[in-house]
Design a protein around this ligand. Sequence first.
Ligand code: CDT
Length: 310
Amino acid sequence: MGLAVAQMGAVNLADSRAAVVRRLVEMMREAAARQAEFVVFPELALTTFFPRYWMDDAEAVERYFEKSMPNADVQPLFDTARELGIGFYLGYAELTPQGRQFNTAILVDRSAKIIGKYRKIHLPGHSDHKPDAPFQHLEKKFFEVGDLGFGVWETNDVKIGMCLCNDRRWPETYRVMSLQSAELIVLGYNTPSLNIHWNEPAHLRTTTHEIVLQASAYQNAVWIGAAAKCGFEDGHHMIGSSMIVAPSGEIVARASGEEDEVITARIDLALGQTFRDHVFNFAKHRSPHHYKLIVERTGAGDPLPRPDAD
Ligand code: CDT
């Protein structure tokens, strides 16, 4: 399969949706010209990473949320996908008809039909105003925890799962999808270079990003395509390092800068099957009865009583 990851440089407050969609269309055309059949775009790809700004929900909804998908601004992306016969993943802020707010990603097939939806489950940050912080991370204010679980959809003979940004740091994310036979997991991210919660050395932001993608691809025998929105958005820097990772844990393509950039790879789905047949043959080697705490506990608690050994 030809896979493309379309990294985006900054989307500033002054940038219109139409201008952003023109950038996405241009990258989709480049991906198709490079024989990609599917392209991964970032989280909240249509706007700046607005959870960094304190505002009330009404203002956020008015400025940053999509009330329908596709809508007139985004329609050119769907039209181009249909014209080129290319599928895509796109992250955006979703306002439902009932007025609920989610950080959402959609899976669109080669005929430009939305076949899957994911609503972000691991929401980082806070919901209160932190006036002393250099910026906010208000995902817990602007979004509800996703209510759709981690799904896997088959399109063009490939089983694809979706998640968003902070989800990539949690092993449960991948396992739930690999247990549904996902072959490829796609995700978009906006990762600020500064962590407002603790004094994290800047280089760790990229190091931990690489670690989780490489380990998770290997442990779950999946390909991963991860697309950043990065660079300086109105002075706020976010990491790049968009990448495609193989089930071997190897990075096979990586963005080199912090601008709009398309990376591509021909991904061999049989490679994932090789790992699933041997070291990660789940049916043969897993012992779910020993993993019960994973679904019984949210936070860490006391050690369990130990069974007696013979
Ligand atoms: N967008 C997103 O989920 N970003 C987080 C930043 C966490 S720091 C509050 C991430 O995991 O990259």
